[in-house]
Design a protein around this ligand. Sequence first.
Ligand SMILES: [Zn+2]
Length: 74
Amino acid sequence: MEKCPVCKGEIKLGFTTFTVDLEETIIVIRKVKAQVCDQCGESWIDDSTSLLIEKIVEEAKKKHSQVEILTLTA
Ligand SMILES: [Zn+2]
């Protein structure tokens, strides 16, 4: 079992809410698959998930919306 580098707690597979705060836009992405620390709530996402988030951020920037809230289900 992996240990959290922050608090040495147990890291488990779960979901997190990912927030991106840009100058024009705030993007909130819910249900992002992540490794989450049981103890302090620190979370880590894998490369394919971060690529997906990058795409979402790019799309939101193009739309010039102020707030973008979405839920990942996959
Ligand atoms: Zn921790």
